[in-house]
Design a protein around this ligand. Structure first.
Ligand code: VAH
Length: 314
């Protein structure tokens, strides 16, 4: 058994809660310490070490790294797009200061490797929307996107300047059934499944033809662990890799759900999140991730819909 010690910061979040359980399967429960600003309901507490930590407090993060002799940190704490627009200053502080703390711990050789999540939110309204390339115009128009673009620049700087082994992925919208929607613009694609099961109808806060890049959580977790387990020399991009699986519109996901749940109905009431979604790409070119560390998605809209409805109906 690999005795790598792993600390997950933001373990109660949408990605963190599933990532923690998967890492515990691979590395052993006692080797994976979950941490967050507060306890949630997720299984992460019942199945292994859990600590309360403020990701913006360097001393608290450093104390956990020392206490457990941490080798690798997955920094999953952040404010997502919609929530960040309501609290720009706090979103910037949390998203950036937490990253600086972990990058500096690695620079000072207190930890060996970092995973930090970026997002397709780094792209903006002037970015080519279809099959968005790895390298292109990036003028994000959201607080969240600005923080992710700045974070990517710092990750590459710390790699080039100090040799910090930090790895990152530009996640598309992520869809899972184990945690409820968490303040993201793409979270309509999570909420729609919950409401399909509870009410057999959904009022969508985006318009019917808003195409966005999406991914089922199991694929995102596999990609996250895949990039961290890749050989350092295979990681050619130290800002963040584009990552993709599928793209769909609210209308298309509603059709996929209605195939499984007869009578399912959707209506549309776009709100402030429409402008955020309109600033993002419709589809992503992730050939660099495929070439450098063998990325390949396994879920599409059809098999994801089956798994989501099956599990939410239990
Ligand atoms: C959000 N789910 O909607 C996140 C994601 C691409 C979007 O980063 O904010």
């Amino acid at each position: 058994m690999n005795d790598t010690k792993i600390l997950i910061i933001g373990a109660c979040g949408q990605i963190g809660s599933e990532l923690t359980l998967k890492l515990r399967e691979i590395y052993g429960t006692e080797n994976v310490i979950a941490s967050d600003i507060r306890k949630g309901e997720q299984d992460v507490f019942k199945t292994g070490p859990f600590e309360i930590v403020d990701a913006m407090n360097y001393e608290q993060v450093e104390a956990l790294v020392n206490k457990y002799k941490v080798d690798e940190v997955y920094l999953m704490a952040a404010l997502l797009s919609a929530t960040a627009e309501k609290n720009p200053a706090f979103a910037w502080d949390l998203n950036m200061n937490s990253l600086f703390h972990v990058l500096n711990l690695a620079k000072d050789k207190k930890i060996k490797k970092i995973f930090w999540p970026s997002s397709i939110a780094v792209f903006g309204p002037t970015t080519p929307k279809q099959n968005t390339p790895q390298y292109t115009v990036m003028e994000p128009s959201t607080v969240y996107g600005i923080s992710k673009q700045a974070g990517e620049r710092w990750c590459e700087y710390y790699f080039n300047k100090y040799g910090v082994d930090v790895r990152s992925i530009r996640y598309p919208g992520l869809i899972s059934w184990k945690t409820p929607p968490g303040g993201g613009t793409t979270d309509y694609a999570v909420d729609i499944y919950y409401k399909a099961v509870s009410d057999n109808n959904y009022t969508c806060f985006l318009s019917e033809n808003t195409e966005l890049p999406m991914m089922y959580m199991d694929d995102a977790i596999r990609a996250t662990i895949g990039i961290m387990q890749a050989k350092a020399e295979d990681i050619k991009i130290r800002s963040a890799y584009n990552l993709a699986a599928m793209s769909f519109t609210p209308k298309e996901i509603a059709v996929a759900i209605a195939k499984e749940k007869s009578g399912f109905k959707i209506s549309y009431e776009p709100d402030f999140r429409q402008a955020i979604a309109d600033s993002w790409p419709s589809s992503i070119d992730d050939s660099a991730a495929a070439n450098d560390w063998n990325w390949k998605p396994e879920y599409n809209l059809e098999n994801m819909t089956k798994v989501m409805l099956e599990n939410l109906s239990k």
